[in-house]
Design a protein around this ligand. Sequence first.
Ligand SMILES: C[S@@+](CC[C@H](N)C(=O)[O-])C[C@H]1O[C@@H](n2cnc3c(N)ncnc32)[C@H](O)[C@@H]1O
Length: 363
Amino acid sequence: MTALNETAATAPQVDPNKLMNFVFRAVEEAGAALKCALVVMGDRLGYYRSLADNGPSTPAELAERTGTDEHYAREWLNAQAAGMFVAYDAATGRYHLPPEQAVALADETSPAFVGGLFQIAHGTASDAHRIVEVARTGDGVSWGDHNADVHTGCERFFRPSYAAHLITDWLPALDGVVDKLTSGAAVADVGCGHGASTILMAQAFPASTFLGTDGHAGSIATARERAAESGTGPRISFDTAAADGFGGGPYDLVTMFDCLHDMGDPIGAARHVREVIADDGTWMIVEPAAGDQVEDNFNPVGRAYYGFSTLLCTPASLAQPVGLALGTQAGPARIRDVVTAAGFSRFRLAAQTPFNNVFEVRP
Ligand SMILES: C[S@@+](CC[C@H](N)C(=O)[O-])C[C@H]1O[C@@H](n2cnc3c(N)ncnc32)[C@H](O)[C@@H]1O
């Protein structure tokens, strides 16, 4: 009796208004989860492209132009309008993409393009059932074992940002690196995925040579195809190799784009970079934007990255030997610990965007 009374006395009071507010917020989140698949659908069926090219459209017009069934076009448009990605004019019954949304959803060359972000998010969520299993055992799921939307979505998410910042902002922020690349340098781009960063650098610096490496053979095969299409020729090559074992050197510049935290043994990789980098070389590490304290990352960007960290990056690291699992939101202090443990003596934050921290690391 006493215990029951004490429980009743200390039980927190539920405020019905706060409860309903939370339920509506949760409904919004469930709508956002479905929206992820709907954006991928619109991207894949050419709905956004068609709306951007043709202006205000009826469901029948959109369906006809994209060769799709009108029932699906109508429901998709209404879902988009309810979620405020597409605007609806009740007077005309037409739907259109406001100019800003047209850039973000239909212009793949813009740094604001979000189609790739939704593709990698959708691909990641599609494999979440596997993460439920390994969360019980502590095993991992390697990068290469995910579906192709993860790999291609990653490329489409990051490439526009690299195209906007790498050559004009990030490399110039590193001490003396642009001069070396201009006169002819040896570069290793480690964990290069589909090679977007490697190809952008090769196109910008024709006197330099570039080796892109990645542990995932499928990504390297795609990188070779992309390089062949880019016309960069023999100055660029790709190898399937782990970050703690790629060949060649000494390198004037080693780069790692959004991959150090995915590695099982980032300190082992850092030690290998220390072995193959020239004495006056530079290691550029591009990592997801993050602060050192978890609460620094409780914002929209951190929210998305912690989602990727749980479902993609942490399992990728745990699938490899050591399994350090830095997490997608490691923050500068943790990255500094990794590189100093491997014998590097200089570390600084050289540049930042809302999505990335760019570190300069030197022997
Ligand atoms: C998030 S993706 C980034 C790919 C690419 N750098 C980009 O920015 O588009 C991470 C990449 O790191 C690679 N990776 C993870 N661990 C690795 C390791 N130990 N050695 C080499 N590559 C690794 C994965 O295969 C994947 O291609």
